[in-house]
Design a protein around this ligand. Structure first.
Ligand code: HGY
Ligand code: MN
Ligand code: MN
Length: 430
């Protein structure tokens, strides 16, 4: 019944060529909604973000889907099922990006969702069970010290209360930015949902496992756990020329020493543990002044919650010792925590089967990157599937996945949605 049994090899090849073109055009179009500079920058509630969400809303409506916003700015395109009483299947990803990111992270899952729903509707008409494409408002945590705002609001893991008082690096508050785009409490349809039957996210791998093994699809077993921290060091700003080395309280040098400690211990704890300092600020940040203040972020990940806990118990104590030996004040604040999230077993088995029947090379794998699917997994059975990233590169303008690899991912997603939406009548999924 699905893509495989319905198509000859040449028909499938023709479909893949069509999908290649559709995905490339969609990503080219969406990547234009970006701030100036290298790569794609589309931060939550920025002008580029708003233009993108409004354009996606219009595109979904133009495809004949029932397009809508919710109160936090998630955009949905709904393909109504013949049995509205059956729980809908939602598929999509996040529209926001990191600063100077690539054009695939998040955007690809949105493109795939739209293209899959359009293909299924045009080929098979209305599904039995409602299918929804979603462009989630935020996942990265790039603008405000909070992440998964879109999926977290749907899953009930984020709230307007929880973001009160947050501000970006320019001092713009979350509330101001959200209201400036017309969103916020009472602005429209509630974001919180409890009716979703299953969620499926298609995403680039952002690593090099699939490419190195020559495979087309990764079926994610689990998403690693994450902890994110902000470390603040206080020393004494002083003259770079007249302050003897032993009399300095140099916050920037202290930060450097702590980063070396972090790297050394992370290497010692094995490949599964990753620890990153992605943002470093120094003050007054001028060449001829010993830095009086420094702050930096720490991002730690592991698939084993115990290992994650152990490492995040170790580094603050080690940093405090390093600060004290330098006469620095030390503060360490955890602002983000996500536990490791296993994906739904039955959906994983379905995806294995789809890949096997379509003759597409796939494997089970752990995701080192966080994804919206791990938030939805708290709400409903969720699945996450990957396509290869060239050189394992991501969160950079050079991020790349070939058209054929992108199209193959869409084919697998479409087949899964066909089986869930057109073949399933049972009340419970998946
Ligand atoms: O940082 C991550 O893991 C994801 O790209 N937000
Ligand atoms: Mn992503
Ligand atoms: Mn990302």
């Amino acid at each position: 019944m699905g893509v495989r049994t319905r198509m000859t090899e040449s028909e499938r090849e023709a479909l893949l060529i069509r999908l290649e073109e559709k995905v490339d055009d969609f990503l080219e179009w969406l990547s234009a909604f970006s701030a100036e500079g290298a790569g794609v920058t589309r931060l939550l509630y920025s002008p580029q973000w708003l233009e993108a969400q409004q354009a996606l809303h219009a595109k979904l409506a133009g495809m004949g889907l029932d397009a809508s916003f919710d109160e936090v700015g998630n955009v949905f395109g709904r393909l109504a099922g013949r049995k509205p009483e059956l729980a809908p299947i939602v598929t999509g990803s996040h529209v926001d990006t990191v600063v100077s990111g690539g054009r695939y992270d998040g955007a690809y899952g949105i493109a795939a969702a739209c293209i899959a729903l359009e293909y299924l509707r045009d080929t098979y008409g209305s599904p039995i069970r409602t299918l929804e494409a979603v462009s989630l408002s935020e996942e990265e945590g790039s603008r405000f010290p909070m992440a998964y705002w879109g999926s977290g609001s749907i899953a009930g893991e984020r709230s307007f209360e929880g973001v009160r008082g947050l501000a970006d690096s320019d001092g713009v508050t979350f509330e101001e930015a959200m209201r400036s785009c017309g969103f916020g409490a009472g602005s429209g349809k509630a974001a919180r949902r409890e009716d979703i039957g299953a969620f499926v996210e298609l995403h680039i791998e952002q690593g090099s496992v699939l490419e190195s093994e020559g495979l087309s699809v990764g079926v994610v077993d689990a998403v690693v756990g994450q902890r994110r921290f902000l470390v603040r060091l206080g020393g004494e700003a002083n003259h770079a020329g007249t302050t003897p080395m032993r009399m300095r309280r140099d916050a920037l040098e202290g930060a450097g020493a702590m980063m070396s400690l972090l790297r050394g211990e992370a290497l010692r704890r094995g490949a599964q543990l990753v620890a990153t300092v992605g943002r470093l600020l120094a003050s007054p940040n001028v060449p001829n002044v010993v830095a009086g203040e420094a702050s930096f972020t720490v991002d730690v990940r592991h698939s084993d919650p115990l290992e994650l806990e152990r490492f995040c118990g170790w580094f603050p104590a080690a940093f405090r010792d390093a600060a004290e030996s330098r006469g620095l004040t030390f503060e360490c604040e955890e602002w983000f925590r996500e536990e490791p999230a296993p994906m739904d077993d039955k959906l994983k088995e379905r995806l294995d089967k789809v890949c096997e029947e379509l003759g597409i090379g796939s494997k089970r794998m752990v995701s080192g990157a966080g994804h919206d699917a791990q938030m939805f997994q708290r709400l409903c059975p969720s699945a996450l599937l990957f396509v290869p990233s060239k050189g394992g590169l991501s969160h950079a303008p050079e991020e790349f996945t070939s058209s054929r690899e992108l199209a193959t991912g869409v084919l697998v997603l479409t087949e899964l949605l066909y089986r869930l939406g057109y073949e399933e009548e049972e009340e419970t999924l998946p």
